[in-house]
Design a protein around this ligand. Structure first.
Ligand SMILES: [Mn+2]
Length: 329
């Protein structure tokens, strides 16, 4: 019950930590929760690691005056400070371990590391925004148009405009948010989800794509933020020939993966969880997943990142073929 969470945050310094490189759902959930807390006189700081440089997030943050603080030592976060994790979980590759105490976790991703939080609300729903929206309903709190618009945006982005991973909770929260949202502002934010510089990544995708049966593999030979890789993955998936998209991007600290699947036989999360170890790890939903291999692990593999990548593509293809049966690729 959310009442328990309110009890936990009543005392101490409260941080709402989103996953690294927060996306619209992460920002919306943190913002919604921050505003919910203020109804009970609880002040909190939204923080994250990485950058929130994406246009989609940037425009929303500016439009609604949301204060999000990139983590730095200047925040003076201490061990006794309380962290509420939002849209991600402790020990995930995309959730940096900050000095504070992770007392709570609200997330919609599968659980890969069992952690005992004082409060946890982990549900496999389409968006974390839906969980936060339900808190307002349960507590019978008024929701501002800013919060409703952001939560609706988060719900729409994470579910591909209600086309993937949609659960009953998402369906229940959609009209609640829809009626309260400011659709003019939502349209403005949603219309700015790409930047000129992003076209380079789409260009690389167009030049480098390899298609085997229903699977499309793209390697982007430079660093891309998570959200951009996800957008490239959606773009590749939109090809008529492709039902499973595997995108990777070379980063200074390793290799980042994003997978999309519209085939029920191929679970995107299991595909990464089943092929990246022992070099790296990954996981996620049936329809979308992410993974990472550190630079250190690439080195220890004794292979170049190109060699490792083609090995992984082979094993992913093997995995896909096995799960599609002979009718597949
Ligand atoms: Mn999310």
């Amino acid at each position: 019950m959310v009442e328990k969470l309110l009890e936990i945050v009543r005392e101490g310094r409260i941080f709402l930590q989103t996953h690294n490189y927060p996306d619209p759902d992460a920002i919306a959930s943190a913002f919604g929760l921050q505003q919910l807390f203020t109804h009970f006189g609880v002040q909190s700081t939204i923080c994250y690691v990485g950058a929130a440089e994406r246009a989609s997030v940037h425009t929303a943050v500016q439009e609604f005056g949301i204060t999000i603080v990139p983590y730095s030592e200047e925040l003076g976060m201490a061990e006794e400070d309380k962290i509420v994790l939002v849209d991600g979980q402790k020990n995930n590759a995309n959730m940096t371990d900050l000095p504070g105490d992770e007392v709570a976790c609200i997330d919609h991703h599968p659980v890969y590391h069992e952690i005992a939080y004082a409060y946890s609300d982990l549900r496999l729903v389409g968006a974390c925004s839906s969980i936060i929206a339900e808190y307002y309903e349960k507590l019978k709190l008024p929701m501002t148009s800013e919060v409703a618009t952001m939560l609706l945006y988060g719900l729409q982005v994470d579910t591909g405009y209600m086309t993937r991973g949609v659960t009953d909770l998402d369906l229940e929260m959609f009209p609640v948010l829809y009626r309260r949202a400011d659709h003019k502002r939502l349209e403005l934010i949603a219309s700015r989800n790409l930047e000129f510089a992003d076209l380079k990544a789409f260009g690389a995708a167009i030049n480098n794509i390899k298609i085997f049966g229903k699977a499309g593999f793209v390697h982007i030979p430079f660093a891309c933020p998570d959200a951009l890789i996800a957008q490239v993955a959606d773009f590749v998936l939109s090809l008529a020939e492709v039902d499973i998209a595997v995108i990777s991007s070379s980063r200074q600290n390793g290799l980042k993966f994003s997978v999309r699947s519209v085939l029920s036989q191929v679970h995107a999360g299991n595909l990464l969880a089943g092929t990246l170890p022992p070099y790296g790890n990954g996981g996620g939903h049936a329809r979308m997943a992410a993974g990472f291999i550190t630079r250190k692990n690439i080195k220890e593999s004794g292979m170049s990142s190109g060699q490792l990548l083609s090995l992984l593509h082979q094993s992913m293809l093997g995995y896909i073929r096995k799960h599609l049966g002979s009718s597949g690729t």
